[in-house]
Design a protein around this ligand. Structure first.
Ligand SMILES: Nc1ncnc2c1ncn2[C@@H]1O[C@H](COP(=O)(O)OP(=O)(O)OP(=O)(O)O)[C@@H](O)[C@H]1O
Ligand SMILES: [Mg+2]
Length: 387
């Protein structure tokens, strides 16, 4: 028995045309040590008015003159109230009882078996409280999941912005200084008569060249400058580099190469596609044991889709549930930042990861149309202009 029931009298709405039967029921409740504040109503109008008040329980006779328990149950549902409803009848058939339960009644009783009334009431109220608690918990869980999604998306976007800022600083500060240093060293080497100085300067030049290469590599990893040449070029470059590095054959297939609609995607989309392909290829290297990867990039209707499939060992639901794996989870969140989503399918033939992004700004006229120019008010989550 829930403690909240014992703290205060039970608010009971009784749909019953017989005052005698009402008194009889109250006597049963008193015998069951239930404190009750009861109201008896016997017609639809009074019942509907009573529904405006809060009730812990409704007990309804099945047969009422001009009204019925089943109609009362329907009205309660239509009213949007979640109050336990117990049907009581002199002669309730099994079919009627089943129908009532299917319509949401908590229980049904025969009038000649009112001994069951108190346990039935306890059970009905407890079940209703449990249901409400579960609904509350579900709502809270939903809200908390939503907050988590928002946080994850915010983190993805902030990481990209931070990366872009670091890349810019490396380019402007470190890159600029190293280039100046390279010129100075070359000047010293040219203007020195001492072979030792010339040799030292040549050695230093080599070191500086390595440092410039390293900073370019770091910059590229932080901010794939190749994207400035468009998503197709960037993916082509990525596929070629992947094949060279891993020895796994990798082809990019796209019917749109060079067409304006794929060259001028909405802000943020190319970077999301690029990072998705990057993570998918990293996963192939790390997990798939594949010998072949295909990347398909397509723009069908207003949906951009990027598909990366390998012929490797495939993955299972358990793989995706790994606590410390964030790559694919991150891809889901990343896709959401541009209104897209990621699907994964896997089987004995390998794994396929598909990113889909509906493009609101894309012109329905297709590839021959002029590319949309993002207005100044369109926020770029990456802070990288058209990338
Ligand atoms: N192409 C693939 N082929 C086979 N298994 C894969 C593939 N991609 C992912 N997996 C499996 O799914 C798991 C989850 O991948 P996910 O990218 O989310 O995490 P991870 O690669 O393990 O770690 P990280 O957080 O560094 O990305 C992997 O650990 C691996 O078992
Ligand atoms: Mg991964």
């Amino acid at each position: 028995m829930s403690s909240s029931l014992l703290d205060r009298p039970l608010r009971l709405l009784h749909l019953e045309d017989s005052e005698l039967d009402h008194e009889l029921m109250l006597a049963h409740l008193r015998r069951g040590a239930l404190a009750v504040e009861a109201l008896r109503v016997d017609c639809e109008g009074d019942y509907l008015r009573a529904l405006e008040q809060p009730w812990d329980l409704i007990v309804s006779d099945y047969n009422l003159p001009g009204f019925s328990g089943l109609v009362a149950l329907d009205l309660l549902k239509a009213y949007g109230r979640d109050v336990p409803f117990v049907l009581v009848s002199g002669e309730i058939g099994e079919d009627t009882a089943v129908e009532a339960m299917r319509n949401g009644a908590s229980d049904y009783l025969l009038k000649n078996n009112l001994a069951r009334l108190v346990p039935a009431i306890f059970h009905a109220i407890e079940a209703s409280e449990t249901r409400r608690a579960r609904e509350r918990a579900d709502l809270e869980l939903g809200a908390s999941k939503q907050r988590l999604h928002e946080l994850a998306q915010h983190l993805q976007t902030s990481v990209e912005m931070e990366r872009a800022a670091i890349a810019r600083e490396i380019h402007d500060d470190v890159g600029g200084s190293l280039t100046a240093l390279k010129f100075d060293l070359a000047w010293i080497a040219r203007h020195s008569d001492t072979t030792e100085v010339v040799a030292r300067a040549a050695g230093a030049l080599e070191t500086v060249s390595l440092a410039i290469e390293a900073s370019q590599r770091i910059m590229h990893n932080l901010r794939p400058a190749i994207l400035e040449q468009g998503l197709v070029a960037a993916l082509q470059w990525m596929a070629a580099r992947f094949e060279k590095r891993t020895g796994v054959s990798c082809v990019l297939r796209t019917p749109h190469a060079g067409l304006p609609s794929i060259q001028h995607l909405p802000a943020g989309v190319p970077l999301v596609a690029y990072r998705t392909a990057q993570e998918a290829l990293t996963n192939v290297t790390k997990h798939a044991q594949a010998t072949r990867v295909e990347i398909d990039l397509a723009l069908a209707g207003r949906v951009l889709s990027l598909e990366v499939s390998d012929n490797g060992r495939g993955l299972s639901q358990d793989d995706l549930a790994k606590v410390r794996s964030f790559g694919i989870r991150g891809l889901h969140e990343r896709a959401r930042t541009v209104g897209g989503w990621v699907d994964l399918s896997s089987g004995p033939g390998g794994t396929t990861l598909i990113l889909s992004v509906p493009l609101q700004e894309a012109d329905e006229a297709g590839d021959t149309a002029e590319p949309p120019t993002p207005g100044p008010d369109i926020e770029d989550p990456t802070g990288w202009g058209d990338l």
